[in-house]
Design a protein around this ligand. Structure first.
Ligand code: ACO
Length: 403
């Protein structure tokens, strides 16, 4: 590892690294990825173990604090988060100001950024207590904001949080309960969504997390930083890929059309890629994709949908791609988004909500990374360099003398 900062100070040299493929911007103790081996650890714990045995809220505690909680620590944490699930009542006006057909991610960017206007008492980043309160607020309010965006888009009344329910059951009831009927949670589906949240909770310095860190490095308030992360996550090469993967599977439609799409993905001039395939860091099977595939089967079985034609297309597409020289040579494997779209659709969410669910889960990762950065004595404002390729200095020419 070369300290390029020191190299620059000593010699004036700096590196050119588009996409930061080989540049570390920070040290971190939160998440470890070995992309060649297909390993993902949160604070040292393998993702498959956490997905199997833990809960999303316990994983939140782990990511934020570095250790798994004792029972007492977890109860206190759960109560703290539960206390913050309500949204300032005036914020409901934000939702009604949007067009009904607004994309919920656009609504999320706007409303989360606006939290700073409602919770001034937790925007001082130099105050440890305020940083903690801002963290709890964002973690707790994100499902409330997301469900309100959903309810508004389908013209149903907002459903308030229920503090007697766990994190994920509460979110599901805010999305799917209607005032005139009791809400009955399906434990298999609730557990599946909780596990999906665990899988998405953090992924070290991905594009949205780096965006949060960069925004935070200027001293911006945490709500603004998380809004910036949500905006970045929306892109189809990042969090929007689950939506794109499902759309692709629907477009393929049947197993016999798969070779046509494989050929298109291999043709550089087509501009088409297999969505849900490939990853900047994983050059092996994404460990989250394995858990997601299992979860997908569990959900479809629980709903009696094991013959879902899209699942058939996905499994056959994966099988063919993994035997194809193009995908083998480029080390392109299914990533977490490949099976998540089918699963989320089966859970009852419209495609436009997929990236919103990702944002709910990733909020804890963004917060943990933001806090780590703020508390790092080495922290300084993020300021990448550039290689200037434009004109040399030249004199201004009045408009009547330009030809
Ligand atoms: N289908 C076909 N070819 C692909 C794919 C794909 N899905 N992904 C990469 N390639 C090819 C590229 O054309 C390139 O070929 P070349 O070396 O001949 O030029 C090579 O593999 C390397 O691709 P890059 O784009 O340079 O790899 P990078 O690390 O920059 O991109 C990314 C990673 C963005 C994930 C890419 O694989 C992709 O676009 N995948 C589809 C979108 C997707 O699933 N995104 C979700 C990522 S996971 C997440 O955000 C949660």
């Amino acid at each position: 590892v070369v300290d390029v900062g020191k190299l620059y100070r000593d010699t004036g040299c700096f590196t050119y690294d588009p996409g930061f493929t080989s540049t570390a911007n920070c040290t971190s103790r939160i998440t470890y990825i070995d992309g060649d081996a297909g390993v993902l650890l949160y604070r040292g714990y393998p993702i498959d173990q956490l997905a199997e045995h833990s809960s999303f809220l316990e994983v939140c505690y782990l990511l934020l604090n570095g250790e798994l909680p004792t029972k007492e620590q977890f109860d206190t944490f759960r109560m703290t988060i539960t206390r913050h699930t309500m949204l300032h009542e005036q914020m409901t006006r934000f939702f009604t100001g949007f067009r009904r057909d607004a994309h919920p991610m656009a609504v999320m960017v706007g409303t989360v950024g606006a939290l700073a206007a409602f919770y001034h008492d937790s925007t001082d980043i130099n105050d440890q207590e305020q940083r903690a309160v801002a963290s709890y607020r964002m973690l707790a309010k994100m499902p409330t904001i997301a469900s309100m965006a959903y309810k508004y888009s389908i013209g149903q009344p907002f459903i308030y949080p229920r503090n007697d329910l766990d994190f994920t059951t509460n979110f599901l009831q805010m999305c799917f309960a209607i005032p005139c009927e009791p809400f009955i949670a399906n434990p298999v589906l609730t557990r599946a969504l909780d596990r999906i949240f665990i899988l998405h909770a953090d992924h070290e310095q991905n594009a949205s997390t780096s965006t949060v860190r960069l925004a935070g490095s200027s001293g911006a308030n945490p709500f603004a930083c998380i809004a910036a992360g949500i905006a970045c996550l929306w892109g189809p090469a990042h969090g929007g890929a689950n939506e794109a993967a499902l759309n692709m599977l629907m477009e393929i439609g049947s197993v016999d059309r798969i070779p046509e799409y494989i050929a298109k993905a291999k043709d550089k001039n087509s501009g088409f890629r297999l969505m849900g395939f490939g990853h900047r860091v994983y050059k092996n099977y994404d460990p989250r994709a394995k858990v997601m595939q299992k979860t997908c089967h569990e959900v479809l079985d629980a709903l009696g949908l094991h013959n879902d034609p899209l699942l058939k297309v996905a499994m056959e597409l994966e099988r063919i791609a993994l035997q194809d020289d193009y995908f083998i040579e480029k080390k392109l494997y299914p990533n977490i988004d490949f099976y998540s779209g089918i699963t989320l659709r089966a859970l009852g969410f419209p495609v436009s909500m997929f990236t919103v669910l990702f944002a709910i889960a990733r909020t804890v990762g963004w917060i943990a990374q933001w806090k780590e950065m703020i508390e790092d004595p080495e922290q300084r404002i993020g300021r990448p360099r550039q290689l200037y390729m434009g004109s040399k200095e030249r004199n201004y020419v009045p408009v009547d003398q330009r030809g």
